[in-house]
Ligand binder design. Structure first.
Ligand SMILES: [Zn+2]
Length: 471
């Protein structure tokens, strides 16, 4: 009997990795990194839970690190099968993994210096840039949306049918297994789902009914988001208010999707004359710059608003006043540019990256506005600002927070409770496994699902637990 084993993103939101066993054919759905507190991150260094050389392939839902971040490790441990993903995901995951290899190396060198002094050996990085390069070039197998591919004698894969509406290239994975006897088993993995209604990424489309088993994300299974239109209106208002005061707008941005979406909206404001062409906008993140190039290359996979801009022979992401700053020296020069100005920089949760330097230079000024457009995990500098900290410590220095801190939560790339319930109802499967969510959130969503789908069994699997795939 086919089985599924949850090797990550089980009662947590990172490390997405699920082992599907169809007899001797074994596939991983995603193989992502665990991120967050150390008790979660240390799982990256533990055995994956499957002997990589026995895998027939990996099916990658999208390019976020918590979904693709351990694929080079698999290759290092003997995996040599294909990695199925959409063409944008192939390009995005290469950039994300290269960046990750670089960060892993930096972290290793830093730890090594500290630990050597107390006689402890630091753990080698999970993988190197060379591993990423080797595994990516050899194993990536692009599959377009809607294309049906036979990935083993009895198993067909389709990235179904447009996208998951989460980030560029994100897909819902549809699998059809034909056993020797009996009817086919239909499995759907939602990947990470978006809310829809956004200008850059396509709206998610629920597939037809008749699915037996749904493996569904549940990140925001207990809350509703503010509407996207209201969020964009609030964003515009805050930007204009600060520019009028001749202040600085700082936007901590995730390099994938959020940065491109914010660029799109700032570009629209420039085109509509709300923002002068001369106001400088700095995109101060090499990774976000490279990913924006991938968006430009694959813009035919974007939503109609972006495609319309291209038809008008305008770039949706490039506009007058935009400056792409890649080097550390260029980054430092931004501090000497007089306000008004707008700066987008990583990291999205202010756990590192160049945004910390910009905050150090501007947080104590009362004409600065920090616009938070993404999720801020607990124990991050971003969360401290959201919670109204009066002072924060940056690079060991106590900085007074005089800036205006604005949180806009409607930009989330994850579907809220309402969308998840509608999605599950549209699929109406016999069984649902909830993944990619915190336990409390999952229990809340399970209760709501039991209400709308009383005949569907809803399971919250534990980490490393194995379950039959039959309904
Ligand atoms: Zn994601």
């Amino acid at each position: 009997m086919p089985t599924i084993k949850f090797l990550g993103a089980a009662q947590t939101v990172t490390g997405s990795c699920h082992l599907l066993c169809f007899g001797r054919d074994r596939f991983l759905l995603d193989c992502g990194q665990f991120q967050g507190p150390w008790h979660i991150e240390k799982r990256n260094y533990e055995p994956i839970g499957v002997y990589p050389a026995t895998l027939s392939g990996v099916i990658l839902s999208h390019g976020h690190l918590d979904h693709c971040g351990r694929i080079p490790l698999l290759a290092r441990l003997g995996f040599d099968g294909p990695v199925y993903c959409t063409p944008p995901t192939k390009d995005i995951s290469m950039l994300i993994l290269m960046d990750s290899a670089h960060l892993l190396k930096e972290e290793f060198l830093w730890k090594k210096r500290r630990l050597e002094r107390v006689g402890i050996e630091a753990k080698e990085p999970l993988y190197s840039a060379e591993d990423v390069w080797y595994c990516h070039d050899n194993f990536s197998r692009p599959v377009d949306y809607g294309e049906r591919v036979r990935i083993s004698e009895r198993l067909d894969l389709t990235f179904h049918p447009t996208d998951a509406g989460h980030v560029l290239g994100s897909s819902q994975v549809y699998l059809e297994y034909r056993p020797k006897r009996g009817r086919p088993l239909k499995i759907l993995f939602s990947g990470d789902l978006g809310d829809g209604g956004r200008p850059v990424v396509n709206d998610p489309t629920p597939p037809e009914k008749g699915v037996d088993v749904l493996i569904m994300e549940s990140t925001y299974g207990d809350r509703m988001h503010r509407s996207y239109e209201d969020s964009v209106a609030e964003f515009r208002e805050e930007v204009m208010r600060t520019i009028k005061k001749k202040g600085t707008v700082l936007i901590p941005t995730f390099a994938l999707e959020r940065a491109q979406e914010i660029l799109y909206h700032l570009g629209q404001m420039k085109r509509e004359g709300l923002l002068s062409r001369h106001i400088p906008v700095f995109l101060n993140s090499p990774l976000a710059i490279n990913i924006t190039r991938v968006f430009q290359k694959h813009c035919n996979y974007c939503d109609k608003e972006v495609i319309d801009e291209i038809r008008r022979k305008r770039s949706p992401f490039i506009f007058p006043g935009l400056q792409l700053t890649e080097t550390a020296e260029e980054s430092r020069m931004i501090h000497s540019v007089p306000s008004p100005k707008i700066v987008l920089a990583g990291s999205g949760m202010i756990t590192g990256g160049r945004i910390k330097h910009h905050l150090k230079h501007n947080l104590w000024k009362d004409n600065t506005t920090v616009i938070i457009v993404g999720y801020q995990a607990s124990n991050t500098l971003g969360r401290q600002l959201v919670n109204g900290a009066k002072t924060v410590k940056i690079f060991g220095e106590e900085i007074k927070v005089r800036a205006r801190i604005v949180t806009i939560n409607g930009f989330s790339a994850h579907a809220d409770k309402g969308h998840l319930l509608r999605y599950a109802k549209a699929v109406s499967p016999k069984k649902i496994f909830l993944v990619h969510g915190e336990p409390e959130t999952q229990r809340h969503l399970k209760r709501s699902l039991n209400g709308v789908l009383p005949r569907t069994e809803v399971v919250i699997p534990e980490f490393k637990s194995e379950h039959p795939l039959a309904p």
